[in-house]
Design a protein around this ligand. Structure first.
Ligand SMILES: NC(=O)c1ccc[n+]([C@@H]2O[C@H](COP(=O)([O-])OP(=O)(O)OC[C@H]3O[C@@H](n4cnc5c(N)ncnc54)[C@H](OP(=O)(O)O)[C@@H]3O)[C@@H](O)[C@H]2O)c1
Length: 118
């Protein structure tokens, strides 16, 4: 394996696109800062991420939510790049579209701000 690269932050690490990106980043020798949504009871099984080949010693998992844009700061700090693929999905229409869209916009703006500052 070549020299270690990164870290790269991947938001929405539990998602379809996010988890594939993480897998490919490890394959390419990057270290990764993954964000997943807060899980107060710590019950969520993240072994599909932590057991990825290449994850050992190269993977840090952070808790962040798009509703709290500043929650991404810690994961982004020190990163060479950010792949922002966390996205609010509301297939059951539990919330008005405008609310979901605003959450996505605010989250993305917070992440961009963190990229500029950190
Ligand atoms: N899948 C595709 O083929 C495809 C193609 C083109 C573009 N895209 C775009 O790529 C992005 C990701 O798609 P995907 O298929 O990977 O979706 P996904 O599997 O539903 O993943 C969405 C991710 O966002 C996280 N998330 C949802 N609400 C959040 C919140 N409030 N705060 C923080 N994280 C939150 C989810 O966390 P939880 O696991 O906790 O819910 C999950 O990790 C979307 O913008 C989508 O439109 C996808």
């Amino acid at each position: 394996m070549g020299r270690e690269k990164g870290p790269v932050c991947v938001t929405g690490g539990t998602g379809y696109i996010g988890s594939w990106l993480i897998k490919v980043l490890f394959e390419q020798g990057y270290s990764v800062h993954t964000t997943v949504r807060p899980d107060p009871d710590n019950k969520r099984d993240l072994s599909f991420l932590t057991s990825l080949p290449g994850a050992d010693g190269r993977h840090k998992i952070f808790r962040a939510d798009l509703s709290h844009p500043e929650s991404y700061d810690a994961a982004i700090q020190g990163c060479k790049g950010v792949l922002h693929v966390a996205a609010p999905m509301d297939f059951e229409d539990n919330e008005p579209e405008a609310v979901v869209t605003q959450r996505a916009v605010d989250g993305a703006l917070g992440i961009l701000k963190a990229c500029l500052i950190l």
